[in-house]
Each structure stands twice: as C-alpha cells, then as structure tokens.
Ligand binder design. Structure first.
Ligand code: PXP
Length: 242
C-alpha cells in the first residue's frame, strides 16, 4: 500500500460563495494557496460549462500561481479541451456534466462514449496532462478506461456516501473491487465525491487508492473551524485510516 494518500482539495465552492454576490471575495485562488500551506497535495477545480462557480480567470490565475499540482475537472467538450490544452494543467479529470444538475451525478460512461473520448484523452496525454476519468466503480468502465489509455481513474464515491447499513457496505465492496481491478491493470486509482470526516476512513483504507478529491464538506467545515484546520482534520482522518 502506498503510505501517503494524497489529498486534492476542491475549491469550487469558495467560488460559489464569491459568485453569490458577484464580487471578488472570497477568492478561490487565495483558498488554494492556503490549502496548499495546510497540507493539500493538489488543488482541484471544475470549470463548468455554465461557469456557475470557477471561472476562466480563476483557472488562469491558478495555473500561474499554484505551487502544487492543479487537477482541472472538465466535461468532454471541444471548448473544455481547448482550455485544457492552453493551460496544460498537471492533471485533467473528465467528468459527465448536465446543466440542470446540482453536482456531478454519476460517472462518465467511458464505455458508451468511447469514440468521443479517445481523441480527447490522446490530445491531453500528448500535451503532458495526466488524464483521469471519473467513473462508477464498474468493471466495464475500467475496461474502457484501459482501452482509452487513461493512466488514472477516479472512482465515484457519491453513492457510497448516500447509502447506509448493508447497502453502504455493498457499495464499499464494489469500490474496493474496482480499485483492485484498475490497479492490477496498471491504472492509478483516485476516489471522491461526498466524502466527510465521518465516511472517509473506509475509502482511505482501500490500499490501491492513492488520492482523494474532496471539496464541498471541507469548504463548509471551514466556516466553523477555518480552512486550514478543516484540511488538517481531514488529513488526520485519512492518515489514521491508512
Ligand atoms: N471528484 C469529482 C470528479 C467531482 O466532480 C467532485 C465534485 O466536484 C469531487 C471529486 C468532490 O466532491 P465533493 O465536493 O462532494 O467533495
């Protein structure tokens, strides 16, 4: 098991609060710098098609100033591909996106959208960006990720977080099985969505998972304890589970 489980802090919802007033405060780039100082191994930002939180200018400023790797979450569109190729972030995570959804619902259908994704994955890889596919913990999706040449998959933990009791245990088993299958085939495994102090441990304990991407809960918790402390507590919960 890799000892250090990386924490990618998603700063989208700092931008959500900023945009509620349309001004420049709070600045997600400042939050990203603070997160890096507090122990984040990377910063994740989702430039959505409708720009409801992170903006093009945020991505430009993050690209210029970050001292830790940037993971750009993006829909599989030509516009997002152009932006990613312009900034060449360390990593790009391809996610499904629907305008009406509140947050990313479900993983991308890598198997069903194979032909559409193949040139995008290739172009990003050629630009030196580490491509990850945000997928459901499902053997068919992992097989598609392999055939697409994606070096990384991020397993969707949203369902695990919403369920409880035996159903949660069953979903955890699906995630663990998917992680083992991906790693056995040489794919790096990340996980994320909906993680909190209370539910992170079993995911952090999956030996093949090397990175967690966490946003909404950390930013919400920052209201009560501050961003640095929120991140430190998550870091501690992850390390304890490892
Ligand atoms: N990973 C991916 C691919 C996501 O789309 C999101 C949500 O933007 C996250 C992780 C983080 O989820 P949450 O904000 O619920 O922690």
């Amino acid at each position: 098991m890799s000892e250090h489980l990386r924490l990618g802090v998603n700063i989208d919802h700092v931008a959500t609060v900023r945009n509620a007033r349309g001004g420049i405060y709070p600045d997600p780039v400042r939050a990203a710098q603070l997160a890096a100082e507090a122990g984040a191994d990377g910063i994740t930002a989702h430039l959505r098609e409708d720009r409801r939180h992170i903006t093009d200018d945020d991505i430009a400023r993050l690209s210029e100033t970050l001292t830790v790797p940037l993971n750009l979450e993006m829909a599989a569109t030509e516009e997002m591909l152009r932006i990613a190729l312009r900034h060449r972030p360390h990593a790009a995570c391809i996610v499904p996106e629907k305008r009406e959804e509140r947050t990313t619902e479900g993983g991308i259908d890598a198997a069903g959208q194979f032909d559409r994704l193949l040139p995008m994955v290739s172009a990003l890889r050629e630009a030196g960006t580490r491509v990850s596919l945000f997928i459901e913990p499902d053997a068919r999706q992992i097989d598609a990720a392999m055939r697409l040449g994606a070096p990384v998959v991020e397993l969707h933990t949203g369902r695990y977080c919403e369920l409880d009791g035996a159903a949660r245990t069953e979903e955890l088993r699906r995630i663990a099985d998917a992680a083992a299958l991906a790693a056995k085939n040489g794919i790096e495994v990340h996980a994320g969505h909906g993680l909190t102090f209370d539910n992170v441990a079993p995911i952090a304990a999956i030996p093949q998972v090397v990175e967690l991407n966490i946003g909404h809960f950390l930013i919400g918790e920052a209201i009560f304890v501050g961003l640095a402390e929120s991140i430190r507590r998550m870091r501690a919960a992850m390390d304890a589970a490892r």
